[in-house]
Design a protein around this ligand. Structure first.
Ligand SMILES: Cc1cc2nc3c(=O)[nH]c(=O)nc-3n(C[C@H](O)[C@H](O)[C@H](O)COP(=O)(O)O)c2cc1C
Length: 279
């Protein structure tokens, strides 16, 4: 397989996902798995707007995800106006793809609707103040967003998640007019990829590092990380990308200290001010 011939068969897609013939294609396969394995983040978009009704279809896919106790504790803000996308790009560390993609979805952990609904019936909602409910809402938002991502990719669109929405969460909340109890967990650029910039499938860790059978076991981890280092070296060489250090070094730098969190080291205090007491 070369970079000009995208992986399409089960064997090719599995090879691309692990950067090696590590997982043989078995008997099970489906169109959905094929689409999921073809995922790559897109950071270069055509200006072409999405077709009529596409946004609503993506939201229907998002709403089809499982949701804790059917509470549906998430919402999404669809931002299409260039000026607002520009301001959000700035708040997310000046990420150009937010300006470029025609649609920017901001996925919210949203407990505010439950608070309003309970209040309208004169019922208490003190449980919303607990960390558990924040986590529940963030999980719900992530599951919904990933369904929308898969749906967009199945329509030939590309996406990239934007954790940069958490760099300055109170400014993002002000920009989007969020009520207390709603928090932008991440954003997502959606649009048609620039053809000749089609990003390659990025290898993931060998399954020996992430799949544990019956009980957690780190015995195979060092070898798996070594193998992954070699797979990523080959990937970056093929992509003609110069990256300093291997995945372990790169990832360890990313978690070295609060200064690596792009301002998110103060997130807990921000959450308190945004209506999440996290009891
Ligand atoms: C929650 C989340 C936040 C992310 N934030 C950003 C971001 O702010 N900017 C960006 O360019 N990519 C972002 N990404 C994309 C990841 O860098 C990307 O998924 C990862 O490197 C794997 O590459 P792939 O998606 O092409 O397989 C984010 C991904 C996730 C899941």
């Amino acid at each position: 397989m070369t970079t000009t011939e995208p992986a399409t068969t089960a064997a090719e897609l599995l090879r691309a996902r692990y950067g090696a013939d590590r997982l043989p294609a078995g008997e099970s396969w489906s169109a959905a798995i094929s689409a999921i394995l073809q995922h790559r983040s897109i950071r270069s978009y055509q200006g072409t707007p999405l077709p009529e009704g596409a946004l609503e279809l993506l939201v229907a896919a998002a709403q089809s995800a499982s949701t804790s106790s059917n509470l549906q504790a998430w919402s999404v803000v669809a931002v299409e106006t260039p000026a607002r996308r520009g301001r959000l790009a700035q708040l997310a560390g000046d990420q150009a793809h937010i300006r470029q993609a025609p649609l920017f979805l901001v996925w919210l952990a949203d407990l505010s609707r439950l608070a309003r609904a309970a209040e309208a019936r004169g019922m208490p909602h003190a449980a919303l103040d607990y960390t558990e409910m924040f986590l529940l809402a963030a999980v719900d938002a992530a599951l919904a967003a990933q369904n929308a991502a898969v749906a967009a990719e199945s329509l030939g669109m590309g996406v990239v998640y934007i954790g940069g929405m958490r760099n300055r969460p109170e400014d993002v909340a002000a920009e989007l007019g969020l009520p207390p109890g709603a928090f932008a967990v991440f954003g997502m650029c959606v649009g048609y990829p620039v053809e000749d910039s089609a990003a390659a499938i990025k290898p993931r860790l060998p399954q020996a590092a992430v799949l544990h059978r019956e009980r957690y076991d780190t015995a195979a981890e060092p070898a798996a990380l070594e193998e992954y280092g070699r797979a990523m070296d080959a990937f970056y060489a093929e992509q003609q990308m110069r990256v300093r250090g291997d995945w372990v070094e790169h990832s360890a730098r990313r978690v070295a200290g609060p200064e690596t969190l792009s301002g998110r080291d103060t997130l807990r205090a921000s959450l308190g001010r945004l209506g999440f007491p996290l009891k």
